[in-house]
Write a protein that binds this ligand. Structure first.
Ligand SMILES: [Ca+2]
Length: 378
């Protein structure tokens, strides 16, 4: 506004100073004209001023818009920058994750390779193990076959180098069953298959058993036991056997007897016993084949086996087993030896284990505290 007023004054002053000699009328007219012009000018200036003010308002608006725009832009820039930074961080994180993932992948691949290698080795080991097991099984089978065909009694085991007395498994010929026995590898050259053992032990074995039990065997081969008539048959069927008795009386005195022919028939024959050839080496009397002077037979030779539940003896109306201790034996009418009766005979108790003929020429009944019946192939 101040600038406009200065301009106007200068213009008026110029107008006055340039026409110093005009008439009054003319001067008035001109002044009116000037005034109108001036008014028009003022009006014009006012319009201009309004326009300028409007323009200023517009500019102010524009400036505000610009400021807002600028703010927005700054914010947007900041946001974008922020986003960019986030994006960069995210890219970084992604890169790290990728690297980690790659490591994992590599690790997994290595593990897979290791697993494959181990699986391969396992397969190889499994295959090798299976092969070894098969070979072992085959060898065991061969060994079993070898045993079956060569270890049919204790004498065979002795020949194969088993020189210690003890429990062994034998594979009797003519039988599909193996059986544990006590092998006496010391007495009289060894190789004896013990089929009856009587001994003092904490608890004596009960020999009051059935036919079936005596057929199959019972007891513990390392202690008192009966091998079993089926096994005896299977063993003695394969050749000629010697029977040996080792006995110990209640005074602790030991004697033995030998019979050079001994065999047992099959179950159809009721395990019929055949004994002969009493050896003159014997220190024990002939309790198995001796025929009494009066012709009465008490010895077991040729007899069927008897048990408390099966009476095949020659005593009429009575069971020798039941009458004399409930054992199993080849009773005749009835015995010169009852080796399966309870031990501990004293005072002539004929229901306890005892034997007649303590010596070849000694007809004397002896209680038994220990006894072994054993056989060996001739
Ligand atoms: Ca009878």
């Amino acid at each position: 506004m101040w600038a406009l007023k200065v301009i106007l004054v200068c213009v008026c002053w110029a107008g006055i100073s340039t026409q110093p000699h005009e008439s009054l009328q003319s001067r008035l007219t001109r002044r009116d004209t000037d005034q109108r012009s001036l008014e028009a000018l003022v009006q014009s200036q006012s319009n201009i001023l309004n326009i300028l003010q409007d323009t200023k308002s517009i500019l102010e608006g524009l400036r505000q818009d610009f400021m807002e725009y600028k703010n927005d832009k700054d914010q947007t820039r900041a946001t974008v920058k922020n986003l960019l930074q986030h994006a960069e961080e995210r890219d970084q994180a992604i890169k790290q994750l990728k690297a980690m993932a790659q490591e994992k992948v590599t690790e997994i691949q290595e593990k897979d390779a290791l697993i494959q290698r181990l699986e391969g080795e396992n397969r190889a080991i499994g295959s090798s193990k299976q092969q070894t097991e098969e070979e072992l099984a085959e060898m065991q089978e061969q060994l079993e076959t070898l045993k079956r065909v060569t270890q049919w009694d204790c004498a065979q085991l002795l020949l194969q180098g088993f020189t210690e007395s003890g429990v062994y498994t034998i594979y009797p010929r003519n039988s599909d069953k193996s059986v544990a026995v006590w092998c006496d590898m010391e007495t009289d050259g060894g190789g004896w298959t013990v089929f009856l053992n009587r001994a003092q032990q904490t608890q004596q074995l009960n020999f009051s058993k059935t036919w079936e039990a005596y057929a199959d065997g019972f007891g513990d081969p390392s202690a008192e036991y009966w091998l079993g008539n089926k096994h005896l048959h299977a063993i003695t069927k394969s050749g000629t056997y010697t029977l040996r008795i080792d006995a110990q009386n209640l005074d602790g005195e030991k004697r033995f007897g030998k019979w050079l022919q001994f065999s047992i028939g099959d179950e159809n024959s009721k395990f019929k016993i055949k004994i002969s050839d009493y050896s003159t080496e014997s220190t024990l009397g002939d309790v198995l084949t001796e025929v009494d002077q009066n012709g009465e037979k008490y010895n077991p030779n040729g007899m069927k086996f008897s048990t408390m539940d099966q009476d095949n003896d020659r005593r009429e109306g009575k069971s020798c087993s039941k009458s004399f201790g409930y054992g199993g034996w080849w009773y005749n009418n009835c015995y010169r030896l009852n080796p399966t009766a309870p031990l501990g005979n004293r005072n002539g108790d004929n229901t306890k284990a005892r034997l007649y003929y303590w010596g070849p020429d000694i007809y004397t009944v002896q209680g038994i505290q220990a006894l072994q019946l054993k056989i060996r192939k001739n």
